[in-house]
Structure formats: structure tokens, C-alpha cells
Design a protein around this ligand. Structure first.
Ligand code: HGY
Ligand code: MN
Ligand code: MN
Length: 398
């Protein structure tokens, strides 16, 4: 029996408040850091499970640690709405979590109306790839074929789950009518065009590498400059070369966001420097050409400086187009389209089910930072667009 629906602004304010509650579950007391299956993820699961149960959703945790709530429908067909609840270090409160909270707000906004399909809201356990430098573990488990060994499998066991059962998380794609992910834009576009929402037409591909420079540690005071094989100086020269290449390549972003010097002492010449490379472009051939050029530059710098250079590829994710039919449906409520520079679980699920994303404006274009925020009226607009998308799908499957 349908009840009077809550005003969308109230649903939005509740979703924002819940994101802030979840932001309190962190690995440290100085900010929000919640990586793959780390201890605070238990508190996250408890809070979200409670909210799901209050909406009469059937809740379970799959073997990779995705928290999954199903709102029953009038058939076995299923619409999935989801995003991730792991974070980067010193994160904002809305990257990932908002997409899960909007999923719950949409179920709440139905006011007990049953649709001709179930709604499954999924909180993915690992999208960022911080803890093990392996992103998208949660959504990859739904696609199938994910096998975890070593430390990653142990992290699953430590969380109280069984890595041998990860395969059970695989979707039966034949009954899934689509995947919809709401997410903050994390960039400046919607603010520049002064719009609250966008439909994501495609998600840019990305490459991630771990690169190690190996020189010779030695005494900072007694080793003449001409006798050094300084790993950190070699890495530093390469970091600037990465920036220079991206600056002259239209549409390319390339970042070295992490650097670790060993033995990391001010009076010791670094014997080793480990850096992380992140390269993205909408066109895969431009991205892959740039990756080759950057790695060749690393090798050249190493050769000239007598420093060894080695790398391992951590991710080679192609650009993914979102589903044209779902884009057209979403555009009825949100007439603005854009490409995502950030990666999302939707780019993984798009391999097996029709997928689409809706972006919510990021004030200041800030993300992966504690100042990340959203406006309640923009989240209310996202909930309104989501509810009309649900009704359009209900008409189609009635
Ligand atoms: O880095 C990204 O693309 C996203 O935040 N995982
Ligand atoms: Mn992120
Ligand atoms: Mn995200």
C-alpha cells in the first residue's frame, strides 16, 4: 500500500546527513580514510544495513564484502543502483557513499510502491584501489572471474568472509535490466555550466603503474655529486617529465600522486624511489601512446643517471561508453551529458549489464579532499531525476 512520498529535499538532507555519519567511520582520527575491508567498514555495514532494513530491504554481504540490499518488486527482474563505500586517504564524505545513499533515498521515495522489478542497492567494498593498488574489486566480483590470493584473500578472511566464495557474487545478467550509479562529478564542469546534474555518456580509460627507481644509497655528506646514483633525484626528474608531457597533449591527464623514498632519511642519498603513475584520456590510443612515451622517458633518465628503472602495470582500463538506451531515458530528466574523467564501478558493470551514471555538481570542483561537498537542492534534483527514471522503467516493464 503506497504511502505519501517524503519531499525530495527531505530525502536529500537525510542522504547527506547519512554520508556525514559514514564519514565518521575512519581508520584514523584525523580525517576520513576507509580502505578495502578495513575495520571501520564493519561500522559502515552496520549503519547502512539498519537504514536498508528500515526500508524493508533484504540485506546481505557477499564474499568480497559488498553490502547488498534488495527492495522486492513484482517480478524477478532487477535494477541495480550502487556505488562504493571505500575511500581514498583523507577523503571527502560524498565520493561513493552519496551514490549508495541516493539509492536508499529512491527506495524511500517510492513510499512502498512496488515496481515491476526489484531494486538492489549495492555498496561496493573496493573501488579506489588504495589498500592493494587493485581498484574495482567489488564490482569485478559481480562481473565474475575474480580470484584473490595472498594478502588480499587474507584481508577478506580477516573481515570474516570466505574468499573461496567470491564467485557466488557473480551477477545473473539475464535478469538485470540495468545499473544506475549516482556520483558526485568531482570536477568543475557542472559548476562552470551552472547545472545541478549531468548524464555520463562515457568514462575515460585509465592506466596505473607502480614504477621503481633503484640507485645507490650513500652518505649525503661524503659522497661527491658526480659519484651519486640518486634514485629520488631520478624519480623527481621523471615526475616533471610526466607533467610536461600531459601539458602538451590535448585532453591527457597524467599524475604521479605517490612517492616513497628509501631509506627516507635526510642525510642519506635515496637508494630507491617508488612512484605511482596514473594516466587518463578519453581516446585509448592517445592514453596508451602517452604511457609508452612516459615509460621510455623513465628508462632514458635511468640510463643517463646510472639508476635502474622497473615498472608493473596495475590497471589498463579502456574508455567505456554508457548504455545509449539508458542515457536517452535519463536525458529526459537531465538534458546535459558529459564524459567522466574519474573512474567508477559503472565502467566495470557496463561489461555485463546496461549501465548509466548521473553526476551531481561538486561545488568548487573539489574531490578526494575533506572539502568535498554537495548542495541539498542538487541532491534533491538527483533524487527527482532518479524517481522519474524509475517510473519510466516501470512503464516499460509493466
Ligand atoms: O580515481 C578514480 O578515478 C576514482 O576516484 N576511483
Ligand atoms: Mn574516488
Ligand atoms: Mn568514486
Amino acid at each position: 500500500m503506497a504511502e505519501p512520498a517524503k519531499p525530495q529535499i527531505l530525502l536529500a538532507e537525510e542522504a547527506i546527513a547519512r554520508c556525514r555519519t559514514l564519514a565518521g567511520f575512519s581508520e584514523n582520527s584525523t580525517g576520513l580514510t576507509r580502505t578495502f575491508l578495513s575495520p571501520p567498514m564493519h561500522a559502515c555495514h552496520q549503519a547502512i544495513s539498519k537504514w536498508m532494513q528500515s526500508l524493508e530491504m533484504l540485506v546481505e554481504t557477499d564474499a568480497i564484502g559488498n553490502l547488498r540490499g534488495v527492495y522486492p518488486g513484482l517480478s524477478e527482474r532487477r535494477l541495480i543502483i550502487g556505488s562504493h563505500i571505500d575511500t581514498v586517504p583523507n577523503a571527502g564524505a560524498f565520493d561513493g557513499a552519496l551514490g549508495v545513499m541516493i539509492g536508499l533515498a529512491l527506495v524511500d521515495g517510492l513510499a512502498r510502491q512496488r515496481l515491476p522489478f526489484e531494486i538492489e542497492v549495492i555498496a561496493f567494498s573496493e573501488e579506489e584501489g588504495v589498500r592493494f593498488a587493485k581498484p574495482f574489486l567489488g564490482s569485478l566480483a559481480l562481473v565474475g572471474g575474480l580470484n584473490l590470493e595472498g594478502a588480499m584473500a587474507q584481508a577478506v578472511r580477516d573481515f570474516g568472509l570466505d574468499p573461496e566464495r567470491i564467485d557466488e557474487a557473480k551477477l545473473d545478467a539475464s535478469r538485470v535490466i540495468g545499473y544506475v550509479e549516482f556520483h558526485i562529478e568531482q570536477g568543475p564542469v557542472l559548476e562552470e555550466v551552472d547545472l545541478p546534474l549531468a548524464v555520463v555518456a562515457a568514462i575515460a580509460g585509465q592506466s596505473r603503474f607502480a614504477v621503481t627507481f633503484t640507485g645507490a644509497a650513500n652518505h649525503a655528506g661524503t659522497t661527491p655529486m658526480r659519484m651519486r646514483r640518486d634514485a629520488l633525484a631520478a624519480a623527481a626528474e621523471w615526475v616533471l617529465a610526466v607533467e610536461r608531457t600531459a601539458l602538451v597533449t590535448e585532453g591527457l591527464v597524467a599524475t604521479v600522486g605517490s612517492i616513497e623514498a628509501l631509506p627516507n632519511a635526510g642525510n642519506v642519498i635515496a637508494g630507491e624511489a617508488r612512484v605511482g603513475l596514473d594516466v587518463r584520456h578519453q581516446a585509448d590510443e592517445v592514453r596508451l601512446t602517452a604511457v609508452k612515451q612516459l615509460l621510455d622517458e623513465a628508462a632514458e633518465i635511468g640510463l643517463r643517471r646510472g639508476v635502474g628503472v622497473a615498472w608493473s602495470e596495475r590497471l589498463n582500463q579502456a574508455t567505456v561508453q554508457m548504455d545509449a538506451d539508458l542515457i536517452a531515458l535519463a536525458e529526459r530528466a537531465v538534458p546535459f551529458k558529459m564524459v567522466s574523467g574519474a573512474g567508477h564501478d559503472a565502467m566495470i558493470l557496463a561489461a555485463v549489464v546496461p549501465s548509466v551514471m548521473l553526476f551531481v555538481r561538486s561545488p568548487g570542483g573539489v574531490s578526494h579532499h575533506p572539502d568535498e561537498t554537495v548542495r541539498a537542492e542538487d541532491v534533491a534534483a538527483a533524487i527527482g531525476a532518479g524517481l522519474s527514471l524509475l517510473q519510466d522503467l516501470a512503464k516499460r516493464y509493466n
